[in-house]
Design a protein around this ligand. Sequence first.
Ligand SMILES: Nc1nc2c(ncn2[C@@H]2O[C@H](COP(=O)(O)OP(=O)(O)OP(=O)(O)O)[C@@H](O)[C@H]2O)c(=O)[nH]1
Ligand SMILES: [Zn+2]
Length: 174
Amino acid sequence: MILEAIGENPEREGLVDTPERVAKMYEEIFAGLKQDPSEFFDVIYSENHEELVLVKDIAFFSMCEHHLIPFYGKAHIAYIPQDGKVAGLSKLARAVESIAGRPQLQERITTNLADVLMEKLNPMGVLIMLEAEHMCMTMRGIKKPGTKAITTAARGIFKTNNSVRSEVLSIMRD
Ligand SMILES: Nc1nc2c(ncn2[C@@H]2O[C@H](COP(=O)(O)OP(=O)(O)OP(=O)(O)O)[C@@H](O)[C@H]2O)c(=O)[nH]1
Ligand SMILES: [Zn+2]
């Protein structure tokens, strides 16, 4: 229907298999819709580390829910565990991929990540930062390539303690 609407001929050789290909692609890039990101934190480790854990530069791709074109960049996740509750490092990246794998807004990915970690790990605090380029601002519309949107979500000690937040934000931006 999209091909017809733009005035293309869906029967021509190069396009015959395109609808099926696009359907498969959407299944892959929206796979997050069938996942519950909090399940990645069902298994946690007991480790007495009540200091910073920071995983930065987690590459992600998502789809802007307004235009259905990509926005992509990096996510940085920091938390300070308490009660010995520590997550597997890869699970932080899996949560990013899962939450990004749906029609999204950058703010919602950022907020969801913070909320899932607070709920499942009950840490002293969580600080999330996402930096992304939105194709809907670069290849169409306002057409400003190179623009970066930066969003943060702070919970717990990162919300209440300015110096702790500033320190970790500066490591994230390094
Ligand atoms: N807050 C937020 N806005 C987004 C995100 N992704 C895209 N947008 C914006 O969503 C808005 C949709 O605006 P509309 O005016 O409905 O759509 P439009 O006419 O295509 O807007 P233009 O992009 O300005 O041409 C645009 O300003 C986009 O830049 C996001 O992750 N977060
Ligand atoms: Zn958009």
